[in-house]
Design a binder for this molecule. Structure first.
Ligand SMILES: Nc1ncnc2c1ncn2[C@@H]1O[C@H](COP(=O)(O)OP(=O)(O)OP(=O)(O)O)[C@@H](O)[C@H]1O
Length: 600
């Protein structure tokens, strides 16, 4: 019940419906128990003494009870439906909001399929239980309470005899619950894994097909599917054991009542009407006991679902606003960025050394900073810290002298725009994709951004132009076209700080050059961080930082770095090997002379 207490904030505001559902069902149940009493009156007071004058009144009373009972059943159904659906609605919103708040670090290990199944199947489990299952469990409890009380007043000795069986039933039910709960938990996570398989396979279908790994993928799926099937077989095994047991015990009580009760009727210590009423009531009580298994099943299933939802809802948020977070004034932000002795290690990768070590950088407002380095050298980590994708471990990182950890997240991120190497497009129009970060942009502004990102030409050629739907359910675009839309998206908001994380890698040199020119124009006086593997992308930067395994190994302008032996010049030589005249013009003669002295 702790799980449902923890979820109280999602349904307690509808406690009126909760009570409506519970009270409606309690009254309908109690009214149902009146039938055997009417039958007793019919037999003992009318049929046996042949007094038929009251039969009409009795029949009318029975019809009246049917109507009232139906009314209360309606109240139960209506309230339960409202309660369950409102709860599911709030839970879905709550989980989705939580997913928006969770930091980048959560998504490093989260699996899409698993999250999807939490937001669908698990919420459905909770909706069923809180809306109906809970009231049905209570119904069983009411039936036991009201039924045995009435039976007690008819004949307490027979009632006590039957009551002795109830603890046995209770014991079996509790054992069942204990056995079935872990099975349900593994079924839930097996569903999650199965969904992950399907989702990953569909997302990565191109890779799967191009490597002809379909059989491997099928094997992986079959393994998960087998696991899922085995879990269900285990479930069926528990059911198969439990059902006959509970039915046997329940029928035993009816048989005992008929045997001892029948004996007493023959003995004249019990009226026939009493025996019929007792049997009728016991039948009413035993019927839901047979479904107690289903009800407990429903309860455990929703408990397992509740656990998974609470795990998501209670997930700590790694990067969040502190209590005195500063909201930046748009007009005041200059874009001066300073890293001082910044070190950072990914907490989920303790096996790796720090991704960034003692990193220093002073980027005055309006400067263009380039980053070069091998894969995994820490470039993305360095720029990501600025957006607070993660918070810096040691050292400080400031924007206009303010530690970024003290700046409100949304306010900080609204000053920056980032273009990743992998551009993500939403399943909507090109227009909406470009204006994603700036929804109020006019068509002219959107088109201007597209022009600057060199995207205008190919967009115009599409059948519906800016209204063409792209993304998962839309037109396929090339990698370079997607990158240009992502660049347009970033340029549209005219951010104070622009981060290009290998954002032009899919473009040809000429297009890249034109985009660079446009960026210079839009970003004049604004700060630009540019990660690239091409020297041509970086050469005009005010400062270029060369990273290796998290360490800064070189820094300076292009002109300075091509004169120094090191990774930058090596990269330059490799990339310009087919244009030696350019290489020679760049590399200072004196450096060459000194090198000759050293080597020669
Ligand atoms: N989200 C993450 N969780 C754990 N480790 C990470 C994560 N992102 C990066 N790393 C690790 O941190 C180190 C630096 O990675 P980073 O992405 O900053 O390198 P990079 O220079 O940008 O590489 P690339 O040029 O390939 O994009 C690498 O060892 C990488 O494996």
């Amino acid at each position: 019940m702790d799980i449902f207490r923890a979820l109280k904030s999602y349904y307690w505001q509808d406690k009126g419906f909760l009570w409506g559902s519970v009270v409606g069902l309690a009254i309908a149940t109690a009214l149902g128990l009146v039938y055997p009493l009417l039958l007793r009156t019919l037999i003992d007071d009318m049929i046996i003494p042949s007094e038929y004058s009251g039969v009409l009144g009795l029949s009318l009373a029975a019809v009246g009870i049917i109507f009232v009972k139906a009314g209360f059943q309606y109240v139960h159904g209506f309230s339960g439906g409202r309660l369950g659906n409102r709860l599911a609605y709030r839970l879905r919103n709550g989980c989705y909001e939580k997913l928006q708040q969770l930091s980048f670090s959560y998504y490093d290990t989260a699996r899409t399929g698993d999250l999807m199944s939490r937001l669908t199947a698990d919420i459905e489990g909770i909706r069923n239980f809180i809306g109906f299952g809970f009231a049905q469990l209570l119904n069983t409890a009411f039936l036991l309470l009201f039924g045995f009380t009435m039976m007690f007043f008819i004949d307490w000795k027979l009632t006590l005899m039957i009551l002795a069986i109830i603890p046995v039933l209770g014991f079996v039910a509790i054992r069942f619950e204990q056995n079935i709960h872990p099975v349900f938990r593994s079924i839930r996570s097996a569903v999650g894994r199965l969904t992950v398989r399907v989702q990953e396979n569909i997302t990565g279908v191109r890779t799967v097909k191009s490597f002809a790994r379909e059989p491997f993928e099928i094997n992986k799926f079959v393994k998960e599917n087998t696991d899922y099937r085995d879990n269900h077989l285990q479930l069926a095994g528990v059911w198969a054991k439990y059902f006959p047991m509970i039915e046997f015990i329940a029928n035993l009580s009816v048989a005992a009542l008929l045997l001892v009760g029948g004996w007493r009727v023959i003995d004249n210590t019990l009226t026939l009407g009493d025996l019929v009423a007792l049997t009728g009531m016991l039948g009413l009580i035993v019927a839901p006991l047979w479904t107690l298994g289903f009800q407990i099943n429903n309860y455990t299933q929703s408990k397992a679902s509740g656990e998974r939802l609470l795990e998501l809802l209670n997930q700590p948020i790694a990067v969040k606003n502190n209590s005195k977070a500063l909201v930046l004034d748009n007009n005041e932000v200059k874009g001066h960025i300073r890293y001082e002795d910044v070190s950072f290690r990914y907490t989920n990768r303790d096996d790796l050394p720090s991704a960034l070590l003692g990193f220093n950088l002073n980027a005055p407002a309006g400067s263009v900073i380039g980053f070069l380095g091998g894969t995994g050298s820490g470039k993305s980590t360095a720029v990501g810290l600025l957006l607070r994708t993660y918070d810096v471990g040691e050292g400080s990182l400031t924007l206009d002298g303010i530690d970024v950890r003290h700046i409100e997240l949304a306010s900080l991120r609204s000053q920056t725009a980032i273009v990743f190497q992998e551009s993500f497009l939403f399943s909507t129009t090109i227009k909406e994709n470009i204006s994603y970060g700036f929804p109020n942009a006019t068509s002219e502004e959107i088109e201007e951004a597209a022009r600057l990102a060199q995207a205008e030409g190919f967009i115009r050629e599409l059948p519906l132009g800016y209204d063409t739907i792209v993304g998962e359910r839309g037109m396929g675009l090339s990698g370079g076209q997607k990158q240009r839309i992502a660049i347009a998206r970033a340029l549209l908001s005219k951010p104070k700080i622009l981060i290009l994380d290998d954002a032009t890698s899919a473009l040809d040199m000429e297009t890249e050059h034109e985009i660079q020119m446009a960026i210079r124009q839009v970003m004049a006086g604004r700060t630009v961080f540019m990660i690239a593997h091409r020297i041509s992308t970086l050469r005009r930067a005010d400062e270029i930082v060369v990273l290796e395994r998290g360490h800064t190994i070189q820094r300076g302008t292009h002109d300075k770095l091509v004169r120094q032996p090191g990774l930058y010049r090596e990269t330059y030589r490799i990339q310009y090997a087919d244009r030696p005249e350019e290489l020679d013009a760049q590399v200072d003669a004196s450096t060459k002379a000194s090198e000759r002295r050293v080597t020669g």
